[in-house]
Design a protein around this ligand. Structure first.
Ligand code: BG6
Length: 509
């Protein structure tokens, strides 16, 4: 069960390492996936000692309530090197320490290089790993790389070339942490393990698909990064397009990493490439103004730290994707994501078509006026709840109790208990273990990244030609009016509207 390996973290003092990576490694340690034969070298610029580093690591796992001995023995595997990514001699020191630890912990030459730092250094680090002979001949050498992978197709291609000169694609693990989430992984199971869904999963039965990734938090302390990325590059280029490809892909012949990747790539290739006019018609951007929800007041985006007063960065995107293939032709895939929306909620609504004829919509003189059913029956909806709750619901029409045949929607609802959700492995824990096992299923292949950039670049380039009228939605709401109009012009509406609950209670204007 144990997989011997040396982890080398670049960006070891950063937020991601502290919040996600060390706790995930600890959980793997507790489960025995990491045991005696593992070691970690943390690198960053700060001049920390091993002792200080181990102390920090121990603090990051406190929420997991480790015993004193467990925390101590876990942390004893950690070593720190102050490192300047441009200085060759620092890589020589890294090699010496890596070789020493390899012998000490019997790591069999297995190395995981984890780049958890600013992307402009990715290329340099990878070059040096090769030139300074840090890569081993006897074990595996895998590169785990955080987003953003480039800032457009051109820069991503350059970066990819640089990395591929050192690592083959099969040893590159591009993290998209959404692919480690339980319910995102569940999309494939819901589709391919249930005939009632997969047989209806096409344009004959599905009316539209809605993907909402809303966040209640603002930009927080990440102004510097976010000003450059905006919601489009931060969420759509990676997480949303990955989820969309999982929803839209064909059934793979086998559930292997290659099988899935092939189908995801084909789905991304089939997404319509919009002209600038089509972008303007099908995509909406927004930026939050100050707002108040449930008694809490929030400042406007442009008043957040490190944000320009006249910033044109979007904190919200809504759009309509079309997929030009046999399965999906004519079915809109609506997406929306934003900061400072009403609630944190990641969910997918699959809206089925109406039944061809509503046989209940007869006029019967014997029935009182108010028992005559409406012309259109409510549509069936499959909802996949990704977070904060995890589960599914299916809305069906049943008969209202009493006289006559009046249909009304009923909801079959399944949610994982809070206990199950809490105890299920964190996304990063699953992804690190996958990478350790060499399983690339839940990572982004270069071809997927390239397709996604191509799609997103077109939107970005069109937007860059005009000045948006920002801000255009209040903090605490579900985005600008244009995001609602986008669906209304096709006779559709967003299924999920958490803002209404607050409005009805006078908690939101
Ligand atoms: C990150 C984005 O990739 O995902 C953040 O950079 C965003 O801006 C985060 O807040 C959302 O992830 P999660 O797991 O909290 O839904």
């Amino acid at each position: 069960m144990e997989q011997p390996a040396l982890f080398i973290f670049f960006g070891a003092t950063g937020d991601l390492a502290k919040r996600k990576l060390y706790p995930s490694l600890f959980r793997l340690y507790e489960k025995g996936n990491l045991a005696e034969h593992f070691a970690v070298i943390g690198t960053a610029r700060r001049p920390w000692s091993d002792d200080h580093y181990r102390q920090v690591v121990k603090e990051t796992i406190q929420d997991l309530n480790p015993s004193e001995e467990a925390a101590e023995s876990f942390a004893s595997h950690f070593y720190y090197l102050s490192h300047n990514v441009n200085d060759t001699s620092h890589y020589d020191a890294l090699k010496d320490l890596a070789d020493t630890l390899d012998t000490r912990y019997k790591l069999q030459g297995n190395r995981m290089y984890y780049l958890a730092m600013a992307p402009q250094f990715f290329g340099t680090i990878v070059d040096h790993l090769k030139s300074q002979h840090i890569l081993t001949d006897n074990g595996f050498n895998r590169l785990v790389i955080e987003k953003p992978f480039g800032f457009d197709l051109k820069s991503a291609t350059t970066l990819n070339k640089q990395i591929r000169a050192v690592f083959p694609e099969s040893d590159i693990f591009r993290i998209d942490h959404y692919l480690g989430k339980e319910m995102i992984q569940n999309i494939a199971v819901v589709r391919f393990a249930n005939n009632i869904f997969e047989s209806l999963w096409n344009n004959r039965y599905i009316d539209n698909v809605q993907i909402t990734f809303s966040e209640s938090i603002g930009v927080e302390e990440r102004g510097g990064y976010y000003e450059e990325s905006g919601a489009l590059k931060d969420m759509v280029q990676n997480h949303i397009l990955q989820v969309l490809s999982l929803l839209a892909m064909e059934v793979p012949t086998s559930f292997s990493d290659q099988g899935i990747r092939q189908e995801k790539i084909k789905a991304l290739q089939a997404i319509r490439r919009y002209t600038p006019e089509e972008v303007s018609e099908n995509f909406v951007r927004g930026q939050y103004a100050a707002g108040k929800i449930d008694g809490n007041e929030f400042v406007a985006y442009h008043d957040e730290p490190n944000i320009a007063q006249d910033s044109e960065t979007e904190t919200f995107v809504a759009g309509k994707f079309l997929i030009d293939n046999f399965r999906w032709s004519g079915v809109p895939f609506y997406i929306r994501t934003g900061k400072r929306m009403t609630e944190k909620g990641t969910r997918i609504n699959v809206v089925f078509k109406q039944v061809p004829v509503n046989v209940f919509s007869f006029t019967n003189d014997d029935l009182a006026e108010d028992t005559i059913p409406e012309e259109n029956l409510p549509q069936n909806i499959l909802t996949i709840y990704i977070q904060p709750t995890e589960g599914f619901s299916l809305t069906l029409n049943g008969k209202q109790i009493g006289q006559g045949f009046n249909p009304e929607p009923v909801k079959l609802d399944f949610r994982q208990s809070a206990e199950v959700t809490e105890n299920s492995p964190e996304a990063y824990e699953k992804l690190i273990l996958d990478a350790l096992n060499g399983d690339g299923t839940n990572f982004s292949h270069w071809d997927e990244v390239a397709q996604s950039w191509e799609i997103v670049d077109r939107i970005r380039q069109t937007w860059d030609k005009t000045t948006p009228h920002f801000p255009n939605y209040n903090a605490g709401t579900m985005g600008p009016q244009a995001a609602f109009d986008l669906l209304a012009k096709n006779g559709h509406a967003w299924i999920w509207h958490p803002d209404e609950w607050y409005r009805e209670r006078g908690k939101l204007d």
